[in-house]
Design a protein around this ligand. Structure first.
Ligand code: GMT
Length: 374
């Protein structure tokens, strides 16, 4: 099949999922055309089935705002016609689903549209009256719509009420990349002692990720046991988090690692992952940790409980309940047998429910049904 993929190419879960999907589809023999504003950052591999089409935006001085959405739709239509695409799979409702519909109308070659909702395109932008109708329109005009969790479907129905069936297709993980490896030397080189437990948090440090709660929980953990906190990522809250860490006097125990490419190595030296967000449609970072055998404690928010199974692969606790989250975390960090059972259960759950081949197969079924009417 010839598949066009549009996503936000910069760092972010939706771009990661879209790019990894494209790479796997190419491996399975499909011809994949990325149509994006720049080269997707995870597109780090040359493959004869992968093509990249950059959207160029006209900066003519009359425009108060450069017309990116029109340029994207134009590029989509150009690629549909020239490459004879069977379908466009767009990730993130705005503007991508609307641009895809516009491109379909412009193109002379017939094409189907699949839209995947990732979260903030609904849970944040769906509240914005300047975008709400456009999001609904994009969803309703798509030939098939998927969401990354059941919780996101519910939220979409509550907020937007589109006249469209949406199906859950979970995010996935490539276990050739995400698996637990031996990283004793790396751990040593970070100055982490053998008896120290390592807690990890990975995010874009936006307010919704509640990194402050992560630090508060860790503050209590390190009062009880020797521990190090790895904070991976960067974003708007980082400066205030640095300040919080200094004020609490735990700066020697918290490592701000910034953005990192090979997080699987960092997960491999971790004993616990904290994902304490107030909005999270899925929580791809939890899945990455689980694939590397790291039990997770997460909040009872959005799709997180669909990923972390309470009491089996970690714990689900109420948003903002620092005491309960600390208790749950310590119960894993101080009980090696429990930690090992949860680590194994995490790896197993990823293999059974979120394996790349299983999920890519679900997307292919949707594609084939639309294109061949199967
Ligand atoms: O989490 C973010 O802030 C980035 C955001 C994005 O749009 O890339 O991630 C969303 O999509 C990911 C991939 O499907 C999900 O794993 C994240 O849970 C989701 N983020 C939120 O819902 C806040």
């Amino acid at each position: 099949m010839k598949i066009g993929i549009t996503c936000y190419p910069t760092v972010g879960g939706s771009g990661v999922v879209a790019t990894e999907l494209g790479k796997l589809l190419a491996e399975k023999g499909h011809e994949v055309h990325f149509i994006t504003s720049s080269l997707p950052f995870r597109l780090n591999k040359v493959h004869p089935n992968i093509y990249f089409h950059q959207v160029e935006v006209n900066q003519y001085s009359v425009f108060q705002y450069a017309p990116y959405d029109i340029a994207l739709a134009n590029k989509m239509a150009e690629v549909i016609n020239r490459e004879k695409l069977d379908l466009l799979h767009v990730h993130y409702a705005v503007p991508h689903a609307v641009c895809a519909f516009l491109a379909k109308e412009m193109a002379s070659h017939p094409v189907k549209i699949v839209t995947t909702l990732h979260g903030t395109d609904i849970t944040v932008l769906g509240y914005d009256p300047s975008l709400k109708e456009a999001i609904k329109f994009g969803i309703e005009k798509s030939d098939a719509v998927t969401a990354v969790s059941d919780a996101l479907i519910l939220q979409t129905e509550e907020l937007i009420s589109p006249r469209k069936t949406i199906q859950t297709v979970y995010n996935f993980i490539d276990d050739r990349v995400y698996y637990r490896r031996s990283v004793e030397e790396l751990k040593k080189s970070y100055g982490i002692k053998e008896d120290e437990k390592v807690v990890i948090h990975v995010s874009n440090f936006r307010a919704v990720k509640r990194v402050k709660d992560v630090v508060d929980v860790f503050h209590r953990i390190q009062d009880e046991i020797p521990a190090t906190l790895l904070l991976v990522g960067d974003g708007p809250e980082k400066s205030s988090i640095c300040q919080q860490v200094r004020t609490l006097g735990i700066d020697k125990k918290v490592k701000f690692l910034g953005k990192q490419d090979n997080v699987e190595e960092l997960y491999s030296m971790s004993d616990l992952k904290l994902l304490l967000s107030e909005k999270e449609s899925f929580g791809l970072v939890a899945l990455e940790a689980m694939a590397c055998g790291v039990p997770c404690v997460g909040t009872n928010v959005g799709g997180i409980p669909e990923v972390i199974v309470d009491g089996e692969t970690g714990y689900i606790r109420p948003l903002g309940n620092i005491e309960e989250i600390t208790k749950a975390s310590l119960s894993i960090l101080t009980d090696d047998e429990k930690a090992s059972i949860m680590s194994e259960a995490s790896i197993q759950r990823v293999k059974e429910e979120f394996h790349a081949l299983k999920i890519v197969g679900q997307y292919e079924d949707i594609y084939f049904e639309l294109v061949n009417g199967e």
